[in-house]
Each structure stands twice: as C-alpha cells, then as structure tokens.
Design a protein around this ligand. Sequence first.
Ligand code: DSN
Length: 422
Amino acid sequence: MTYLPALKDTDPTIRDLIITEEKREWDKMRLIPSENYASHAVMEATGSCLTNKYSEGYAKKRYYEGQQVVDEVELLAIERAKEVFNMPHANVQPYSGSPANMAVYHAVLEHGDTIMGLALPHGGHLTHGWKVNFSGKTYHSSPYELDQETELLNYDKILEQAREVKPKMIIAGYTAYPRTIDWTKFREICDEVGAYFHADTSHITGLIAGGVHPSPYPMADTGITTSHKTLRGPRGALIVCKEEHAEKIDKAIMPGLQGGPHNNTTAAIAVALKESQTPEFKAYAAQIVANAKALAEKLNSHGFRLVTGGTDNHLILFETQASKGISGRDAAKALDTAGIVTNCNTVPFDPNPPFKPSGVRIGTPAITSRGMKEDEMAKLGDWMSEAIDNASDEAVLKRIAGEVEELCQSFPCPGITPENWQ
Ligand code: DSN
C-alpha cells in the first residue's frame, strides 16, 4: 500500500521531505538531549481530526459549541498530569515551553518584579530571565551562576544572592545541567526570602515520571514542562500549580496569552502521560541514565573534559576547545558529517562567544528510545572521539557515518516504519 497516499496526490514535495526526514532520523545517532522519538500512538493522536476543532475556554466553559469530545480529551489530560506530577491543578493548553513560562510569570508576578534563574551561558533557558528575552525585559532579572570550581549549583551562594536581591520568584530547571537538582534546597531558599518557587522540568520530565530523578512536586508553587523531550510526547507543554494560583494561571493562558488550544496536541499529551506510567517507561528512564553514564565515561577516557566531571541524568556537556583544540561548533559539524547529531554549547565561564562556544551538548533520550544500551554507547564514544580528532578528514567522517548507519539499522525508531518507504 502507498505510504502517505493523500500527500502523494496533494503535495508530493512535502511527502518526499517527510520521508527524507524519517530516513535521516532512522540512519543517524540523534544525541540532541531535548529531542526524542514520539511513539506511533502519540503520532496518531497528533495527526487526528482533533486538529479541526476550536475550543477557546476550558471544559464546560467554552465559547463555541460542539465540545462534547474535546472536553473529555482535555479533562483526561488534566487528570493524568495532576496524577503524574502530584499537583492539584494542571493546565494542558500552552502551545510550548516559552508561552507556558510566560503565562506563569504573568499570573504570579508584576512587571518589574525581581526573578532569579540560572544564567543562559551556564545552562539556563532564555525564558528564565535572559536579557534579550521577554523575561529579562519585563522583569528585573538577577541571574545566578554555577560555581566556578565545581561547575555545580552552589545553593549557599544562591541563598546569599536571594537574600541580597529579594526575588519574587526563583526558577530552577535547566537545559544544559548534567547533575541532579536538589529541589528541597530551592524550596528552603524560597521560603527564607519569601519567593515563589517555579520549576521548569522540561528536560528531565521523563526521568521524573520514570522515577529516576527526584520530583519538585508538590514542593514547588508552580511548574512547567514541555512534552516532547524525555517525556516523549508531542511538541507542546503543560503547567502545574498549587490551587491558589490555578485561576490566575488559567486566565493567563486564555484569554491572556493564547486563543484556541491545540486539541490534537492535548490528546497526544494525554497519551504520552499514560505511556509514562508503564513499567516499560520506567525501565526506559533508568536506561537513559545508564547510557549517559556509560557514554560519559567513554568520552572521558578519550580525553574530553566533562563539565562537572560526569552526569547523573540524560545529558552530557563536554569541552572540546581546551581538550582537543577545536571549537564546539566545528566539533558538532564534524560529528554531523559522521552521522552523529549534536549541538555546540557554551560551557560554564566559557571564554569563547556563544556562536563559537567551547563545548558540545549531548543526551541519550532518543538513542535509548531505539533500545541502544551500554555496548552501543562504547562504540559511539569511540566514533565521536575519532570524528573530532579527524574533523577535517572527510573520508574518515564518511566512513564513520557508514558504520553509524549500519548499526542504526538494528535499532528501530518508535513512530517510524521503514517498510513504508518500499
Ligand atoms: N531548545 C530547547 C533545548 O534544546 O534545550 C530548550 O527549549
């Protein structure tokens, strides 16, 4: 049977591009730590007729009729989110992580209030108060940094800074931090200075749901997560919060920030939350961490300096400039040619500019979804080292890409069926 038959008739160019992307995702080792493979079930919900419906408002309080099914979908997603994250209120309508953070700030802060999030070049996120982002322009941002010696969060220093600047909110949760976050410490700091504690678990939500990283809930006042990273859902987000913030947060999303929710995404989030409570997902979460530790050890044995010396989660940040005399960008480009997809990244206190930083950021969520384990991590570490050492030797990089592609054929990608391409 023809694959994507309607697209074949209507828009064969887009169909070809989708199939080419499926092949790329199948043939490469995808190590960008914020990416994954959504399951067929998540893809089916995402591609369903729920995309056709407008539903401004919330269940039983909508502005348009015809919500008999959508209300049930949204209520189910909300119930699952509340259960998985052990919080009394959930909003599953945010279009993605940035609007989710924006809605939380809008709900609980006033313009000009002081916020403290980890500085972007230290592994924070743009929306945690970085100066070029709305969060750094609308609020008075006082970013905290990692400890220069250990490259770890220094809770004593964060407390000291909080006592000094008296933030209304402290944000914890990162995009390039390879270690366990001590949420209890953040709760204590917030209590001492009278700040709200906001958690952004986007990167590690799958690890939390799978029980291999502590949860910030129900300690945090508010929290957000994207749904497409370690959680392995569709591209989207959700907010959880204490009851006292529920009404303001719902109003901040709609009508404050967004119009109609993306009901197909809501359904797919519900599916991902259900999947996250299976024994298979718990084993998956544990294997993500085991793989990251194995890969980190291998890279270290090849002479790469690992930020913080290793990893406790899904993510590894390693240094290439001082370790190997090559920028993170050039290393990432060489790896891409070798079939290993990563992104260059600043390391804490990076002497080089963000566009040509000193490090590379990798993670194991996607390759673990394919069933790869420690043996494959050892091979991967060897290939990565060889590719970076031979970054300008196209022949070596192409040879590695061939070997990577061959290995990948034995590890199916969730959500992709190569027989379709015949
Ligand atoms: N773009 C995401 C990441 O790669 O970490 C953060 O939003």
